[in-house]
Design a protein around this ligand. Structure first.
Ligand SMILES: Nc1ncnc2c1ncn2[C@@H]1O[C@H](COP(=O)(O)OP(=O)(O)OP(=O)(O)O)[C@@H](O)[C@H]1O
Ligand SMILES: Nc1ncnc2c1ncn2[C@@H]1O[C@H](COP(=O)(O)OP(=O)(O)OP(=O)(O)O)[C@@H](O)[C@H]1O
Ligand SMILES: [Mg+2]
Ligand SMILES: [Mg+2]
Lengths: 256, 256
């Protein structure tokens, strides 16, 4: 099962929006897809029409109790072919719960390995930090997508994220690779956006996806309807962009 | 010393932008102001023209070594009347360093109490999480400003933030109060923005500041020049908005 973590500790760069919409786009290409919400904010859960407060069990239960296989936590989402491992606020206590557990970095990867045959692709939405949760996501993944907002602050945190990915690769998960860097909130007419875009391409070269995601109010509206933008605004440019990204990845146009 | 934490675990809602620009606006009103960067991303440090990698000591040193008074870590910023307690990536190890320390929630407040006579106002920029660092900020503060982006996901995390503030008030810091909720990224012509604005005002009532911050590319550009927007684009609408906010707070037009 190809497992793709959507990670960047910079807040608000489009992790959840990318996780929900790329997962929905992969499902439209005929894949069986699972999305894991690994953020206590539970925004992927909300964005797919599920109420975090109404859930009996979430990813928290599967991470803190090995007796509960993650398959028992999976729910269907508003999107055909896309299932969800939901989250809620309890997840914010995970650092404390797992603090003294030997092998606490592998808890998610052990749980997901039991689902290997059920899904083609698994997408993991990470919280805006390089915490134990994000570490679990990187250890459990085959690939990482790094959303980068075309704004000044976006560039600074990337060095640290790359270092963290290297450490995970060396010590926990040799097969982890950067699938690509995704430029988000792109605005063609704004100089700053163009400047940052150029700097990111200079720094990352081929790692930057050809597909970019432009700023679009449709992406901000879709979650309030509990839908991916592919369902909410099927003919919009941003729906086409996430479909293009899914195809770019599926066709292996990716780099490293 | 009035100490104002800028807190919200939602990523990218304008915490750093508000911390830097409100601090600069308070300085222009004649106050001696200190800004504390309590985010390992060090964006307030960068946004005020300081290089996080070039620093001998940061807030990390003052928090992990009581022998180092925070006054020895303070540097001047690009803004007149505004000093900075800088941060860098070392700060991301703080949870681990302080894990077994008795009274670890009070470390920042103990350090800041030594600066009481030197400054009129202290502003603390928090990271996008409700971690030990943000807990330290809330324990050390007299007031909290909550920036809320006018987008769907912005509403969901507020319940949890309010609960956390209540817990801090009961157990650690009785004088903490919510100074106000600041609407950010406002776009008058976008329906979603108007809807969320209305929902926030319905939920928070008088706690919402009269001043709102509109979306403006100037706010995204100013940090790349290492300046507040009051210096970078003094005649812009967003510079006027942050000056209005500083006056609204100074005139005591605030609520609870
Ligand atoms: N390309 C875009 N154009 C316009 N709005 C967008 C775009 N991508 C995301 N958004 C909106 O911007 C906000 C931030 O995006 P999102 O929540 O996906 O970021 P995030 O990185 O997951 O944030 P966090 O760090 O809090 O997890 C959301 O309200 C979302 O709807
Ligand atoms: N009103 C605004 N209009 C346009 N851009 C803005 C506005 N406020 C902030 N920005 C830009 O949006 C991005 C996010 O803002 P900022 O970094 O201040 O949020 P934050 O809450 O501090 O993020 P984090 O959760 O990562 O700490 C930055 O690039 C900033 O320059
Ligand atoms: Mg998110
Ligand atoms: Mg910030």
């Amino acid at each position: 099962m190809r497992t793709i973590a959507i990670a960047n500790q910079k807040g608000g760069c489009g992790k959840t929006t990318t996780a929900v919409n790329i997962a929905a786009a992969f499902a439209r290409l005929g894949n069986q897809v699972l999305i894991v919400d690994l953020d206590p904010q539970a925004h992927s859960t909300l964005g797919l029409g599920c109420d975090p407060d109404g859930l009996d069990k979430t990813v928290y239960d599967a991470l803190t109790n090995v007796q509960i296989p993650i398959s028992r936590v999976v729910v269907s989402s508003s999107e055909k072919g896309l299932n969800l491992v939901p989250s809620n606020i309890l997840l914010s206590g995970i650092e404390f719960e797992l603090a003294s557990l030997y092998g606490r970095e592998y808890v998610l990867s052990q749980q997901l390995s039991c689902l290997n045959g059920n899904y083609d692709i698994c997408v993991i939405d990470c919280s805006p930090s390089l915490s134990l949760l994000t570490l679990n996501a990187l250890v459990a993944s085959t690939d990482v997508i790094i959303p980068v907002q075309t704004q000044y602050y976006a560039l600074e945190g990337l060095k640290q994220l790359l270092e963290t990915i290297e450490i995970v690769k060396e010590r926990f998960n040799h097969s982890l690779k950067i699938l690509g860097v995704l430029l988000t909130f792109v605005e063609r007419r704004i100089t700053l956006s163009k400047q940052v875009q150029q700097q990111v391409r200079d720094f990352f070269g081929d790692l930057v996806f050809d597909t970019v995601i432009n700023r679009s109010v449709r992406l901000a509206e879709a979650p309030s309807a509990g839908q991916s933008v592919l369902t909410y605004a099927p003919n919009s440019r941003c729906a086409a962009e996430y479909k293009d990204l899914a195809e770019e990845i599926s066709n292996g146009k990716t780099q490293s």
